[in-house]
Design a protein around this ligand. Structure first.
Ligand code: SF4
Length: 221
């Protein structure tokens, strides 16, 4: 994993400080346990967070928020509990795949793995791509891995710091090379990006209410 140390002039760092000053700490991830964070990372694929919460609440009510409980739950039953999160049959399979990793390797052993090895383990799970793996690494295992999502591409391509078409690993390296390599900063930054993409830099951007407007290439060019 690359490890950056931010300079005060670094534009990635300046955007971070502006967003933090404007929105304040976001207190992510919205989950009570590392396992709940991992479940949320699978369920949030292609859906809004409120739908994930509904599905997680179903799992809690069924006393199924544990790897073995999910593995042993019949697929059809689990799919009904996950229905609010959409793509519930696919997510049933993906969640069970992730739970098999936890069951076979053990959470404690995974916790002790170097980040690179743990990332490989997660990426080997069918249905876990780089964004999901990195969300799990950062928010469940507190590893300094920057999460790249569609919001990141949208904001930073408009702002003029990336093209937005870079592949996932190139973008991740760009952020990690520019910022202090701490899980706390990566945690907060990703949460702020999501907040900003919802509040101002939406699909239809609202630049007049954007804290980044004075420096944004989309506006200044
Ligand atoms: S000024 Fe507009 S395009 Fe630039 S980051 Fe803000 S909302 Fe997005």
């Amino acid at each position: 994993m690359s490890a950056g140390v931010a300079s005060p002039e670094c534009p990635f760092n300046q955007v971070y400080l502006s967003l933090l000053d404007h929105y304040g700490p976001q207190h992510w991830w919205p989950g009570d346990t590392a396992f709940e964070v991992m479940v949320g990372a699978i369920l949030t694929q292609n859906t809004a967070w409120r739908n994930v919460e509904a599905a997680i609440n179903n799992l809690k009510r069924a006393d199924l928020l544990a790897a073995d409980g999910i593995i042993n739950c019949p697929d059809a039953e689990l799919a009904q509990l996950l229905r609010p999160a959409g793509y519930f049959n696919i997510k049933t399979t993906r969640l069970k795949n992730l739970c098999m990793l936890l069951h076979n390797a053990g959470f404690k052993r995974l916790q002790e793995m170097p980040t690179r090895e743990l990332r490989q383990q997660l990426l080997a799970v069918n249905g876990v791509g780089p964004e999901t793996a990195d969300a799990i690494l950062l928010y469940a295992f507190q590893r300094p891995v920057f999460v790249i999502d569609a919001y990141t591409r949208r904001i930073f391509s408009r702002f003029g710091l990336v093209s937005g078409n870079e592949d996932y690993e190139a973008l991740r390296a760009r952020f990690e090379g520019a910022l202090d390599a701490t899980a706390a900063i990566y945690n907060e930054y990703h949460a702020l990006i999501v907040q900003h993409a919802k509040q101002a830099c939406r699909v239809k951007q609202e630049c007049d209410r954007c804290i980044l407007c004075p420096d944004c290439e989309y506006v200044t060019k």
